[in-house]
Design a protein around this ligand. Structure first.
Ligand SMILES: NC(=O)c1ccc[n+]([C@@H]2O[C@H](COP(=O)([O-])OP(=O)(O)OC[C@H]3O[C@@H](n4cnc5c(N)ncnc54)[C@H](O)[C@@H]3O)[C@@H](O)[C@H]2O)c1
Length: 358
């Protein structure tokens, strides 16, 4: 399957490794920065001879890839994705898939019209710990789920934000919730039934006066099925990344996963006792050596299978929109100091420009 990558920055090696491991035919790399492509090729020698482009539209016209991954700054995802879809490509879009409801809807409209597949790159769904928790949810082992909590307790310093001008802006990025915590917001949505109906929240910029966006967000979410979710996302943690965690509390089960990216199962207690807690902790906890984890490769495998067998990808564009929508609802609840109901008709990160201007 002919594959191309648009955006060759920090996360791009994960895409290339996933493409290579899944035997995709990498026909093109595209980046407006020659240096970015050079650095990617230095890191991944197997792609040294792959053709490079600075203009993705030219690349689409000449190479006709069947699958394209988009890993540019977040605010460009939607325009590029719609162009790829209209060229007939299936698309993997890095998270967040877009920065506004209307942009997410443009992607969905184009993909439905063209009949192509779009995957949202929430790769942590493929962690073995998360897969194990999800299997317990699907089997109904928790009984009624009362509430879940999710935390990203990370550290992002000035050097991180200075890597590229788009970071920490409302127009191209969003803050701790939209950029870092969205992975766990997706996981919480997925575990709690995917239909948040109401949100109260506070967000702030406490420690990063050189960025426009929040560096901390706290929210309580009510789901249609009566479950509650608590979100805590911070990039203010002193001394480096601490953890990314998710806990689920049900009438018949209690589970906690933490570690760098929810990869370690800490607690596994169920009334049905059909598996042993120590064995589950041992067998489904996997060490990871990077916050991006190992999920890109299985996400690519799933997408390739979705294309060849004409089914929806495991993490589809609707899930990508739902995660985006919940973050935007949290932002609105914080700005307007009131409970916000979902779904949202319209919202965009640009609605919050100036919110934290001192
Ligand atoms: N899934 C994850 O765990 C994960 C991890 C990191 C980043 N991301 C997401 O991936 C995206 C990229 O993040 P990054 O850290 O790699 O950013 P980056 O700034 O390091 O890389 C982005 C690249 O896109 C290029 N680019 C910009 N406009 C372009 C265009 N029109 N055509 C082609 N290339 C263009 C830039 O020159 C740059 O090299 C973001 O949306 C981010 O949220 C996801």
């Amino acid at each position: 399957m002919k594959y191309a990558l648009i955006g060759c920055g920090r996360v791009s090696p994960n895409h290339i490794v996933a493409a290579i491991k899944n035997n995709l035919e990498i026909v093109a790399l595209c980046d407006v920065s020659k240096n970015a492509v050079y650095e990617l090729k230095e890191k991944c020698p197997l792609i040294k001879k792959v053709k490079t482009y600075r203009d993705y539209k030219e690349m689409l016209a000449i190479e006709s890839p069947e699958l394209v991954a988009i890993a540019t700054e977040s605010g460009l995802h939607a325009d590029i994705a719609v162009d790829c879809i209209n060229a007939g490509c299936n698309v993997i879009i890095e998270k967040p898939i877009a920065l506004s409801i209307s942009d997410a809807d443009r992607i969905i409209e184009a993909a439905e019209r063209m009949g192509v597949k779009v995957a949202a790159n929430h790769q942590n769904r493929f962690n073995s710990s998360i897969q194990k928790i999800r299997s317990a949810v699907e089997a109904g082992r928790f009984g009624r789920i009362f509430h879940a909590t999710t935390q990203i307790r990370w550290c992002r310093t000035e050097s991180y934000y200075k890597q590229a001008p788009w970071r920490g802006t409302w127009e191209m990025d969003g803050g701790a919730l939209m950029n870092q915590c969205i992975h766990n917001i997706d996981l919480m949505n997925w575990m709690l039934g995917e239909e948040p109906v109401e949100v109260i929240a506070m967000t702030d910029n406490l420690n990063h006066n050189y960025i426009d966006v929040e560096d901390m967000g706290l929210a309580i979410v009510k789901y249609r099925n009566g479950a509650y979710g608590i979100v805590e996302g911070s990039v203010n943690v002193f001394g480096g990344d601490l953890e990314e965690a998710i806990c689920i509390f049900g009438e018949n089960g209690t589970v906690k996963a933490d570690g760098t990216i929810n990869n370690i199962i800490e607690n596994w207690r169920f009334a049905d006792d059909i598996d042993d807690e120590d064995e589950v902790k041992r067998d489904f906890s996997v060490e990871v050596n990077h916050i991006y984890g190992q999920g890109h490769t299985p996400l690519y495998a799933d997408m390739i299978d979705a294309i060849t067998s004409n089914r929806a990808p495991y993490v589809d564009m609707y899930a990508g929109k739902r995660a985006l929508e919940l973050v935007l609802a949290i932002y609105r609840a914080s700005k307007e100091k009131r409970a916000v109901s979902l779904p949202l008709a319209q919202a965009a990160t640009t609605d919050f420009i100036g919110l934290f201007n001192k």
